[in-house]
Design a protein around this ligand. Structure first.
Ligand code: CP3
Length: 389
């Protein structure tokens, strides 16, 4: 795809977020402190989230721009983290093109049927993914509302005086084709994602069609968020750790790359201190759980930063992705419930090992558990900023 320059109002083009700790880290630079945000920072760990969600189903909340925006902002205000992550879900684009899906509390995405064979895949792929763009108005509006507030917020100073370039960026996200297919083939959540792994080998043609379709849909969802104002994009391939490296490279990586092609052409122009201008692309992060064997391949599809789960120390991850790649991660979420001295030591260890990478974005190795005490998250964010300054 040929390059598209983001609008002058976009926070990256306008110079609002382009020198934030997060965006700098995603381009491999260290700044005054290590940036920190938490996967699933918006959600059930926050009492203000639970209050707001009473009586509203998950996917309805995602499609209510005022509510989705407010939920996105809650953890930013509370924890002073270095990024907001857009409140939505990986199945939202499926819902928007008319697929029968709901999110059951405590369970996850559940579909009206399983798409585990050629007939099921044909039914799904009969839907034109381009239809998503007409249905995306609630996403565009929610992102725009969120960014309008984030533009006047900086993690170091709170709301009010925002030093040039350091407004809090919004991260847009989407599910990778394999992780979406893991739900679609099964018709819902599963432990081992057997239906998807079977389809991949039993009918490679149907698998390919499913992955191509999903890649276009999820890629469009990600692009919409960036065009509307997100300053970075994260592709979640949460369940990629269930497959071998060989299967990943043959049956999954091409579709993930195709999804990311929908944002790789988006760029912004910046001018440095000496007045020289240059064009930069929107930073892209790729994360999955249990992907220690896949980290190199997940980087190779063409991403700036690799997210690492808690099973592999960051200095070991550096050896696997190769030097020069910024990393994001990787405190074990289980430690959020441990006594503070244990948690503090573990967080410091993550920072120490993260020094092996050119830049590090502190995060958890997976999402915030719903029962987490939110004051602990605030304290971890403060610790990361203080200990790395
Ligand atoms: O704060 C954030 O990180 C942003 C919001 C976010 C949600 N889903 C909101 C959500 C993000 C980034 C996601 C992505 C997502 N959704 C992934 C990839 C990331 C990961 O965790 O691996 C996956 C696999 C899903 C599918 C999904 N949706 C699951 C497994 C669940 C949890 C089910 C449960 O109740 O435990 C959901 C629902 C969901 N998505 C919730 C939230 C806040 C919980 C909804 C509620 O409050 O009832």
């Amino acid at each position: 795809m040929s390059g598209v320059i983001l609008s002058p109002q976009h926070p990256l083009s306008a110079g609002l977020t382009s020198d934030s700790r997060l965006v700098r880290a995603y381009r491999g630079e260290r700044s005054d402190a290590t940036p920190v945000w938490f996967m699933r920072q918006a959600g059930r760990s926050l009492p203000e989230y639970r209050d707001l969600r009473v009586g509203t189903r998950m996917l309805d909340a995602c499609l209510d721009p005022a509510m989705a925006s407010e939920i996105t902002l809650q953890p930013v205000r509370r924890h002073r983290v270095d990024a907001g992550i857009f409140f939505s879900d990986i199945v939202v684009p499926l819902k928007l093109v008319g697929v029968d899906v709901e999110i059951q509390p405590g369970r996850g995405p559940v579909f009206g049927r399983a798409y585990a064979d050629a007939a099921g895949v044909a039914e799904l792929t009969a839907i034109d993914p381009a239809r998503l763009d007409e249905a995306s108005a609630p996403i565009t509006e929610a992102v725009a509302r969120t960014v309008a507030e984030l533009n006047t917020t900086a993690p170091s100073t709170g709301s009010g005086q925002v030093p040039s370039g350091t407004a809090t960026p919004l991260i847009g996200f989407a599910g990778a084709p394999f992780t979406l297919a893991a739900y679609l083939a099964e018709g819902g959540p599963s432990k081992d994602h057997l239906a998807a792994r079977t389809l991949m080998h039993a009918d490679p043609g149907a698998w390919r069609a499913l992955m191509d379709w999903t890649a276009e849909l999820t890629g469009r969802f990600l692009r919409t968020q960036v065009l509307a104002g997100a300053s970075a994009a994260q592709l979640f391939d949460s369940w990629a750790g269930a497959i071998s490296l060989a299967d990943y490279e043959t049956h999954v990586a091409p579709a993930s790359a195709a999804a990311l092609a929908h944002v790789h052409d988006l760029a912004y122009e910046t001018t440095d201190a000496s007045g020289a201008s240059s064009t930069r692309s929107v930073p892209v992060v790729h994360f999955g759980v249990g992907t220690g064997e896949l980290l190199g391949a997940m980087h190779a599809i063409g991403v700036d930063t690799v997210g690492v789960d808690y099973r592999i120390p960051l200095d070991v991850a550096v050896e696997r992705v190769g030097e020069g790649v910024p990393l994001q991660g990787n405190l074990d979420p289980a430690l959020l419930a441990a006594p503070w001295p244990v948690l503090e030591a573990a967080a410091r260890e993550v920072l120490r090992r993260g020094e092996a990478a050119p830049a590090h974005v502190f995060n958890l190795g997976h999402g915030v558990p719903p029962e987490t005490d939110p004051t602990v998250l605030t304290r971890v964010a403060e610790l990361v900023h203080e200990a790395s300054a």
